[in-house]
Write a protein that binds this ligand. Sequence first.
Ligand SMILES: C[S@@+](CC[C@H](N)C(=O)[O-])C[C@H]1O[C@@H](n2cnc3c(N)ncnc32)[C@H](O)[C@@H]1O
Length: 215
Amino acid sequence: MSTRQQGEGHKWFAAFWDWAVKNENAAIRRGRQETVGGATGRVLEIGCGTGANFPYYRDDVTELIATDPDPYMLERAGKRAAEVRRPVAIHKAPAEELPFDDESFDTVVSTWVMCHVRDPARTLAEVKRVVKPEGEFRFYEHVRYDHAFGAFWQDLITPLWRRLLASGCHLNRDTARSITEAGFVFQELQSLKPVPLLSPMVLTRPNIKGVARPA
Ligand SMILES: C[S@@+](CC[C@H](N)C(=O)[O-])C[C@H]1O[C@@H](n2cnc3c(N)ncnc32)[C@H](O)[C@@H]1O
């Protein structure tokens, strides 16, 4: 499958992300494991990036479908899928327009995607549409600080960060609130700080990790 078209995607961010994933600390790996390792049945992963989560899926997942709009990410995801030797159906699609039937997945997975999507409300409406009523949305996302000092710096830096550094990533999104507003109920919700305070990634804290179900 040739997924690349001229003028789209973020070649250098895909290369950077691949490197970053290979150098993740133990806390982040554990977060991926707990998020992805709980997926069951027919699974959709949105914004799969370079395929960093593929090794964490359990063998009894019956079908794994992964999407991302960025062809450079998908090229790397294809290689990662071959390495883990499990079938992964890879589709080029933004999470705001998922090319799948209503109520067709047991689990939808998202890790560090809600910061990137163009439209969080539309994305979560799509997740709610495609997940079965008894299904799960499993997420691990960096979000807005819950104190004014941290949120002030995230608001200040986000415009520069999005354009120059991180291919559209927003540091300051209140994703837990968006998930609730989209009509999900939390089954589990944890706030974590997997990146140390003294770190270049201090603004990509805190993270939320959890499981939500359609209300
Ligand atoms: C920080 S990376 C995370 C990748 C992967 N989920 C992981 O955990 O390693 C953010 C991903 O979101 C993707 N993305 C950007 N806009 C998106 C959209 N509208 N819908 C779905 N994914 C999007 C990017 O292409 C990128 O792969």
